[in-house]
Design a binder for this molecule. Structure first.
Ligand code: URA
Length: 294
């Protein structure tokens, strides 16, 4: 690949257009960093410990240095170190979220939380929209560019489709509560990494507890995988009612196809329509037919 310095004006414009089309819309540094390679790199050699009691030398240079004791404990593999870091962040998120007394307190704790690096690249926290305490809560994946600018979830094209989906069963944003698994925009709208999702999970779980909805709807696979006891993919699991614990209650929950996916695959709207009608029937008083968790 040509170095950037060798590119003509047109070549540079084409390289920029290529990156933009791939979803890159933010420059974080002048040089690229291979973060995967960083995790794969072996840990740097540690200095050997000195002998605890060196033999007296009477001022002469030592002729014999005792070999450093061989440590019996295995060195922590890079993956183990990463897992330990993730666990520490998750524990700190859990402690913070559990202490949140109400929505404002939860929001303030998220604003102060430094365990998710997405906060450094996002414009602002995208916390919620709709009515706190609504009968139905929708949980999406993560904010996109529009949401990042406005500070409200689902206000871009996918959000406009969500509004039309709600309207089709007589709902609007004053009747539902909306949030995301991850409240900061991932650069280029990429899917949040498992680490990012794990760091934010205790906060969205507390947000669901505070909203205390009677029905929980997960929009898309990442939300479904984070919140529902499912093993299969979204196309197989969508539309199935499952019980999930929210606070002290068991609440019916269902995964639906994400509106951003429906924009790309409009033929799948018929499945979304089926799920919306199932939601409407339960809102009208029908008992949801529960599926067993896998
Ligand atoms: N997609 C989501 O999952 N959430 C938003 O807020 C916007 C788009």
């Amino acid at each position: 690949m040509a170095a950037m310095d060798d590119l003509t004006r047109e070549g540079l414009a084409a390289a920029l257009a290529f990156q933009s089309n791939a979803g890159v819309d933010l420059a974080l540094d002048d040089a690229p960093h291979d973060r995967f390679a960083e995790f794969a790199r072996p840990e740097p050699a540690r200095p050997q410990p000195r002998a605890a009691f060196p033999a007296p030398t009477n001022g002469e240079p030592p002729t014999h240095v005792a070999p450093a004791p061989v440590s019996k404990a295995p060195a922590r593999a890079p993956n183990a170190a990463l897992a330990a870091d993730i666990a520490a962040v998750a524990a700190s998120a859990q402690a913070q979220a559990a202490q949140a007394r109400d929505f404002e307190d939860l929001r303030a704790r998220l604003e102060a939380f430094d365990g998710c690096a997405l906060k450094n690249t996002a414009t602002q926290l995208v916390f919620e929209d709709g009515a706190r305490g609504a009968q139905v809560m929708f949980v999406g994946e993560a904010p996109g560019a529009e949401e990042d600018r406005e500070g409200r979830p689902f206000v871009g094209r996918a959000g406009q489709l969500l509004d039309r989906m709600l309207a089709s069963i007589g709902l609007d944003r004053s009747l539902v509560y909306i949030a995301n698994i991850v409240p900061w925009r991932p650069p280029g709208n990429r899917t949040p990494t498992p680490q990012e999702a794990v760091a934010c999970l205790p906060f969205i779980k507390r947000q669901i507890e505070l909203c205390a909805p009677e029905i929980l709807i997960c929009l898309g696979a990442p939300s479904m995988q984070a919140l529902l006891p499912v093993k299969d993919g979204i196309l197989k699991s969508r539309g199935k009612w499952l019980q999930v614990p929210i606070g002290a209650r068991e609440v019916p929950a269902m995964a639906m196809l994400h509106p951003a996916y429906l924009l790309r695959q409009p033929l799948q709207k018929r499945l979304a329509w089926r799920d919306l009608r199932a939601l409407k029937r339960v809102l009208d008083g029908e008992r949801p037919r529960m599926h067993d968790a896998p």
